[in-house]
Design a protein around this ligand. Structure first.
Ligand code: FAD
Length: 283
């Protein structure tokens, strides 16, 4: 969508809305965020495939509007045939990009969840769909919580590229040093494909802590203390968060990050403000 070949790549992530009101709101958010010229939007896939129909619904609706949209995908509890059929539907709808994941085990799903590592999903898509799709995979500058070791996690990331992934998007983080160290280690491991930092705006302290504890993203102690000090003053917390995340993005881009992937939480703000603060908006 962006015309400037040298501009950092922007992408914006949504989760599939559960209600008609949520969907109406999301379609408006999409319209507003399109003014910032993202390369693509992406739509998450509920743990274990629990949002398969919702994700497909919103992805095909956005495709009908001519929008570049990348569904997130994991095997979850599905068979190869079901996954192949879903990908064929995406192909027929004009989808050109997929975010290929192992996914997380949904609570209560038990034995029907298949531990299909993301490199296997990448290989599966390449085997059955050739080079039709650009494939994004997940990367973890602070290391995936289940990884046996730092080096193993990088080795498994390399395995995803070797299986045919084009680029990676990272888990969010607030320590640029963690990202730059990770990039150095990726380079040492022979990874040459672009890795786009995932950016999580700060909206609510308690939700951020809960979410970060679950996914293994670190909130540095000083930052926890600072955020906690705002108490119920959400407006001040969000203003602080905007400055902090804008500065993080600036440092990342100034030091070679090829673009930014925003976890928008289905909201126009604060993503739009941060992108405008950075002077990246095309409007
Ligand atoms: P993998 O790359 O398969 O890695 C999973 C773990 O297994 C890691 O610890 C890795 O070190 C290890 N591993 C990898 N390969 C092997 C192997 N061959 N043998 C042994 N161990 C191995 N989750 C969702 O449910 N839905 C989403 O839409 C979603 N979107 C995301 C988007 C982004 C950008 C990111 C960063 C994460 C997203 N997640 C999503 C979360 C992700 O699914 C979880 O972090 C999940 O636990 C790991 O997925 P992965 O694709 O990174 O897995």
């Amino acid at each position: 969508m962006s015309n400037d070949q040298n501009a950092p790549r922007l992408s914006f992530e949504f989760f599939p809305p559960k209600t008609p009101e949520g969907k109406t709101k999301l379609l408006k958010v999409r319209e507003d965020l399109s003014e910032l010229n993202p390369e693509f939007f992406s739509v998450t896939y509920g743990a274990g495939g629990s949002t398969r129909d919702n994700t497909k619904g919103i992805v095909t609706e956005l495709r009908d509007q001519g929008i570049d949209v990348a569904p997130h995908l994991s095997f979850g509890g599905d068979t190869e045939d079901t996954i192949k059929e879903l990908i064929s539907e995406y192909q027929a709808a004009g989808v050109k990009r997929i975010v290929a994941l192992r996914g997380d085990m949904p609570s209560g799903m038990g034995g029907s969840f298949q531990m299909v590592y993301a490199n296997q999903l990448v290989a599966f898509i390449r085997e059955h769909f050739g080079d039709h799709f650009e494939l994004e995979v997940a990367a973890y500058p602070e290391i995936h919580p289940e990884a046996p070791s730092y080096d193993d996690d990088i080795r498994y990331l390399k395995g995803k590229f070797d299986a045919g992934a084009n680029s990676a998007i990272t888990q969010y983080f607030y320590s640029p040093d963690a990202f730059f160290y990770f990039m150095d280690q990726c380079q040492n491991a022979g990874i040459t494909q672009p890795i786009y930092p995932g950016i999580m705006p700060i909206l609510n302290y308690k939700n951020l802590v809960r979410f970060s504890d679950n996914c293994g993203a670190d909130i540095p102690r000083w930052l926890r203390q600072r955020l906690e000090s705002f108490g119920d003053d959400t407006a001040s917390l969000q203003a602080f968060g905007l400055d902090l995340v804008t500065e993080l993005c600036e440092v990342l881009l100034d030091n070679g990050a090829p673009g930014l992937h925003f976890y928008t939480m289905n909201q126009t703000e604060p993503t739009a403000t941060i992108v405008r603060n950075l002077g990246l908006s095309g409007s």
